[in-house]
Design a protein around this ligand. Structure first.
Ligand code: FES
Length: 289
């Protein structure tokens, strides 16, 4: 659309007296209205697994509202998206109004508030990814998904996975480092209902964090410690040579080890200047007297 078309379109949409094109934008809050209700636990059944996850999140913060995002994420994982029912369940456990949660869920792109069956492909085009070719990946991704009505391709700011740049989030699954030709595979995988680019999924990689990926990869067993009967404690009594070679005395006859005459000597009673007192020092001493 040209700039002239955009201006004409903007002019055709009416502005209200408050200056905005959104009706009711500056309507005062109705203070006589009843406050939104917090769902009643008696009439809002919450799946036990979801309740436990939300309560674990709430226990981490002094203010329970700080757990709203992880709680919504848990509800989205459980229900597939943040449905009205999911919002009610989170609100019930957190003792918040559903409206509070809706305001959060509709603000962040990673929460889905409808179930349109759209696949979200967010290609990170921030600095690390951009330096590694993200702009080409994004263009290729748009081209690959051009005829797919259910694939929503969007450029995105840093997704926090710069170590696999250039990367993308496909329905919340991080994949990378991406090549331009991977974009076609992403579309084919989505079309076929397969796991997307499985060999490039971040969640399927080994991690230095022993708790990460532990569902997929067994943790390494901790090294066995065998107490030796009558043996030395390996911490308190290291084996001979374990602490490196023994220290040797300084050879004072070595000219390289001779003390620097500019530095203070340990036995210098004045401590700082070192060497013989200068005329200036003597004059200073006299002034002090
Ligand atoms: S810049 Fe792309 S994940 Fe950080």
């Amino acid at each position: 659309m040209s700039a002239a078309d955009r201006t004409a379109l903007a002019a055709s949409v009416r502005r209200y007296s408050h200056g905005s094109r959104v009706p009711g934008w500056d309507d005062a809050v109705d203070l006589d209205k009843d406050p939104a209700a917090i769902p009643d636990p008696a009439s809002t059944p919450v799946p036990e697994e979801l309740r436990a996850t939300i309560e674990r999140s709430m226990a981490k913060y002094p203010d329970r509202r700080s757990a709203a995002i992880p709680a919504l994420a848990a509800a989205q994982r459980f229900h597939g998206y943040c449905s009205p029912e999911a919002m009610d369940q989170v609100a019930c456990v957190m003792r918040l109004t559903p409206g509070y949660l809706v305001s959060l869920a509709t603000f962040y792109d990673m929460f889905k508030t409808d179930d349109r069956g759209i696949h979200d492909v967010y290609v990170c085009t921030n600095i690390s990814c951009s330096l590694c070719g993200a702009d080409d990946v994004y263009d290729a991704m748009k081209e690959a998904a051009r005829d797919e009505t259910d694939v929503n391709v969007k450029p995105f700011e840093c997704l926090g996975a710069c170590d696999i740049a250039p990367m993308a989030s496909v329905d919340g699954i991080y994949v990378g480092p991406l090549l331009v030709e991977d974009t076609q595979t992403i579309v084919e995988d989505l079309r076929a209902g397969r796991a997307v680019l499985e060999h490039k999924q971040l969640r399927l990689r080994r991690s230095a964090d022993p708790d990460a990926n532990s569902e997929r990869f067994e943790r390494d067993a901790p090294p066995a410690f065998e107490a030796r009967e009558g043996g030395a404690d390996p911490i308190r009594e290291p084996a001979a040579g374990a602490a490196g070679p023994p220290m040797i005395g300084v050879d004072k006859s070595d000219p390289a080890m001779a003390p620097d005459p500019q530095l203070p000597r340990d036995d210098d009673p004045r401590g700082s200047s070192g060497g013989e007192p200068s005329e200036a020092d003597s004059a200073e001493e006299k002034d002090d007297r």
